[in-house]
Design a protein around this ligand. Structure first.
Ligand code: S3P
Length: 459
């Protein structure tokens, strides 16, 4: 059961199983890149099933501000199909006002790479959460390439002021496992003099590489260099970005909430069709398999991205130690993974995940805060958390005299993935009433979340 109260939602446990097939909107990471690289292409690209999340709409608005004509394809269709009239690598215009990057680290960091390559002045600023996220990680390589970027707190945080142009190529080893940093340097490299070479010790999502390949850009990716990837990108004047047509597969990170629901809710079987299955995004599935979950994938396409269907069935789960090599491949799924681990038998340990502290919230803190309130035995670690899971927590009934009719209040702290994860937890806890504050942030990635939930639980 769901009840909305202004910016809060009240959730009660589900009383029956769910058997359903659904789709989720297009992947957020690919949507950002499709708009950016379509804008820089020489000619007209078409993008179907674009995510209409707040973050992605901010990317559309940013490129319109930079002089790119981006139109909805046909007003009678789903509203997710766009035509981008690309202006080519030299066609962006100096923006007259500040570019709003909303809640989006991907938009801020990737766009900074593009702007660094353009001979004009621009300013990037997002919401209060985005403006508290570290930017040194991109300012450092972009400065080495010759861009001038300043920001708040000694140039560590947005707003960022970028004076671009005149970039030279570099060799750069990405110091943290981050697809955003890697992609930022790759995009700046398109405008630099000479070939830029990037090494990532821990491989991260490769959507930028895949889209550049689709556009026929001269790029070399060697994925077998000491366990990492060596990426070499040709510089200015050595290549062109061809227009493309792409149908964006469903967002795996949005699908993850319903995979969790299928696994945790008794007598359930949820199938998610046409979902992105890129190996660097699906570490969550590998972790669930280790826990004994009944999840199966059917691959239906490989190019430009691996795509297919996911079936998740109710399963008995056991706790695991998450292998370090899986961490970057499930980095956005730790909030919902922590909910799953709470209901598994035994201990789950997550370490080597310090990056969680600099996401849309400090996710180690916000996970621990909320699960503690639900009665989960969870310990905060510097670079992760430890959970002593208990399947019987599902039926726990708080003592009758406890606060306001046994209501447990949770807080998203403005983080979309924390909000959606706690809503799923609320559906699983049979005898509780869970209220989650600050749910508007869900629009950041998944404005259709509640519609999808209603379709599932009111079938
Ligand atoms: C993203 C990369 C990840 C991820 C984010 C989207 C991307 O961030 O957490 O939600 O689209 O490149 P990092 O690359 O900073 O880990």
């Amino acid at each position: 059961m769901i009840e909305f109260k202004k910016d809060k939602v009240l959730i009660r446990g589900l009383s029956s199983g769910i058997k359903s097939e659904i789709e989720v909107p297009g992947d957020k990471s690919i949507s950002h890149r499709a708009i950016m690289l379509g804008s820089l292409a020489a000619g007209k690209s078409t993008v179907s099933n674009l995510s209409l999340s707040r973050d992605n709409l901010a990317t559309v608005a940013a490129f319109r501000k930079l002089g790119v004509n981006i139109k909805k394809h046909n007003l009678n269709d789903s509203g997710r199909n766009f035509i981008i009239n690309g202006v080519g690598l030299n066609g962006l215009k100096e923006p007259e006002t500040i570019i709003n990057t909303a809640n989006s680290g991907t938009l801020t960091r990737l766009l900074a790479g593009i702007l660094a390559g353009n001979d004009f002045f621009s300013v990037l600023s997002g919401d209060k959460y985005l403006n508290s996220r570290p930017m040194k990680r991109i300012i450092e390589p972009l400065s080495l390439m010759g861009a001038k970027i300043t920001g708040r707190k000694g140039s560590g945080y947005p707003p960022l002021a970028v004076t671009g142009g005149g970039l030279k190529s570099i060799f750069y080893e990405v110091p943290v496992p981050s697809a955003q940093v890697k992609s930022c340097v790759m995009l700046a490299a398109l405008f630099a003099e000479g070939d830029t070479v990037i090494y990532e010790k821990k491989k991260t999502r490769d959507h930028t590489e895949n889209l550049l390949k689709l556009q026929g850009y001269p790029l070399n990716v060697d994925t077998s260099v000491n366990g990492g990837s060596l990426i070499s990108v040709k510089g200015r004047g050595n290549g062109e970005l061809k227009p493309f047509n792409i149908d964006i597969p469903g967002d795996f990170s949005s699908a993850a909430f319903f995979i969790a629901l299928g696994i945790l809710n008794k007598n359930s079987e949820i199938t998610l069709n046409n979902i992105l299955l890129n190996d660097k995004r699906t570490g969550f599935i590998k972790a669930l398999e280790m826990m004994g979950a009944d999840v199966s994938l059917t691959v239906k396409g490989e190019i430009p991205e691996k795509t297919g269907d996911i079936k998740a069935k109710y399963s008995a789960l056991r706790g695991i130690t998450v292998p370090h090599e899986l961490v970057p491949d499930m980095i956005d799924e730790f909030p919902i993974f922590s909910v799953i681990a709470s209901f598994a038998e035994g201990k789950t340990i997550v370490t080597g995940a310090k990056e969680l502290r600099v996401k849309e919230s400090d996710r180690i803190k916000t996970i621990v805060f909320n699960l503690n309130r639900l009665g989960v035995d969870i310990t905060e670690l510097e670079d992760g958390f430890e959970i002593n899971g208990r399947p019987d927590l599902i039926n726990y009934k708080p003592p009758a005299k406890s606060k306001i009719d046994n209501l447990t209040e949770l807080n998203s702290f403005g983080d979309h993935r924390i909000a959606m994860s706690m809503i799923i937890a609320g559906f699983i806890l049979k005898n509780r009433k869970i209220e989650i504050r600050d749910i508007r942030c869900i629009n950041t990635s998944f404005p259709e979340f509640f519609d999808t939930v209603s379709r599932l639980i009111n079938q």
